[in-house]
Write a protein that binds this ligand. Structure first.
Ligand SMILES: Nc1ncnc2c1ncn2[C@@H]1O[C@H](COP(=O)(O)OP(=O)(O)O)[C@@H](O)[C@H]1O
Ligand SMILES: [Mg+2]
Length: 344
């Protein structure tokens, strides 16, 4: 059988450009070559597309290559596309919309689930509608905060108390996120988060253990064993995520079977709540005192190096990294065929 041409798209405009390059390097290395012919497609930090030569090397060297517009003819000629892009313009439904317009199957969540998963406010609202347990939160709009900072601060203290976590609604990798213990820190945290987004989430602080669960599938998604994140920093911030040795990833997590099955059940429920497809990593907090498990967030394109949590969770569940890539490509094709059955 002829090999399938799989476009691997990496880089991108978000702050997670470098993370994407790392993830893509693993996908390129481990994609089963007997079945698939990888076609490398890079996106620069300014949004230019690179298809000539070795786009991965070009991006890694950070040469000032401008790149071109989206190569729609090339994309449309591929059998499947694997977007290995994190954050805005990669994980948020925008590029998925482009793939839809090109009529090509692609790995992972569709347009809607991608954008719901990217926006922490809408994601929480969808989780609430599905009765999933989440942390108490407030939404702060940049314009309201600028107009009435004192009133905004009072409302947060009154409703949530301190400390709180303050997060821009539409980023990832902990960029712009801080913990505020005092009113002064709250002001600084809102100042920071509103630089990144016009919409900010303020959440009650949960003294917690953090667990992650990998979900894989379309109509009948399956959950992996769960893993635990132990950040050595105060929380799982950018440094803790991407510097070796600053966090421990424990796979599988050392928890009673009842905790694991609760997390797995909620992971699949969260996945279904946003109508996800292909894959997602669902992240949890377990309250240190009450033991209550709450859903923190869903990531539709989780870190994907062979040592990242998502592949490691599947590895520990009996699915190797090359087999995981193979499965995701098959799921992309299945979803495409299933949708082609719609009358219009
Ligand atoms: N409400 C909270 N209580 C305690 N820790 C939190 C809370 N919200 C976030 N954190 C910490 O901040 C990290 C990043 O927050 P998260 O919402 O997962 O943002 P991102 O999308 O950038 O990963 C979490 O992994 C956790 O360590
Ligand atoms: Mg997170």
């Amino acid at each position: 059988m002829a090999k399938l041409k799989v476009g691997i798209v990496f880089g991108g405009r978000s702050g997670e450009h470098e993370v994407s390059l790392m993830s893509a390097a693993s996908v390129i290395k481990f994609i089963p070559r007997e079945k698939y012919d990888p076609v490398l497609i890079g996106i620069t930090k300014t949004g230019g597309w690179l298809t000539e030569g070795n786009p991965w090397e070009t991006l890694r060297k950070e040469t000032a290559e401008p790149g071109g517009p989206p190569p729609t003819a090339l994309l449309a000629g591929l059998d499947v596309i694997f977007p290995v892009l994190h954050g805005p313009y990669g994980e948020d439904g925008t590029i998925q919309g482009l793939f839809e317009m090109c009529g090509v199957p692609y790995v992972g969540a569709g347009v809607l689930a991608s954008s719901v998963g990217m926006d922490k406010v809408i994601m929480k609202q969808v989780f609430e509608a599905s009765k999933l347990p989440i942390a108490r939160y407030l939404v702060v709009w940049r314009h309201a905060w600028r107009r009435e900072p004192a009133k905004t601060g009072d409302l947060i203290e009154e409703r949530l108390g301190l400390p709180v976590f303050v997060k821009p609604a539409n980023l990832g990798s902990s960029v712009g996120i801080s913990k505020a213990r005092t009113r002064k820190e709250l002001t600084a945290a809102l100042q920071l988060a509103t630089q990144y987004d016009r919409k900010v989430v303020v959440e009650e602080y949960i003294p917690c253990r953090e667990f992650e669960c990998a979900v894989l599938g379309n109509d009948d998604p399956a959950a992996s064993v769960i893993g635990e994140i132990v950040p050595h920093n105060e929380f799982y911030d950018y440094e803790a995520k991407y510097t070796d040795g600053v966090s421990d990833l424990i796979v599988p997590a050392a928890v009673p079977a009842s905790v694991q099955s609760r997390v797995q059940e909620l992971a699949v429920a969260a996945y279904k709540a946003i109508d996800c497809a292909g894959m997602a990593r669902v992240d949890f907090f377990m309250h240190r005192e009450s033991g209550q498990v709450i859903v923190n967030e869903i990531n539709t394109i989780p870190g994907f190096t062979n040592l990242s949590m998502y592949p490691r969770l599947w590895e520990a569940s009996g699915l190797s990294y090359p087999d995981l890539i193979d499965r995701l490509i098959t799921l992309a094709q299945e979803r495409f065929k299933e949708r082609a059955r719609n009358l219009v």
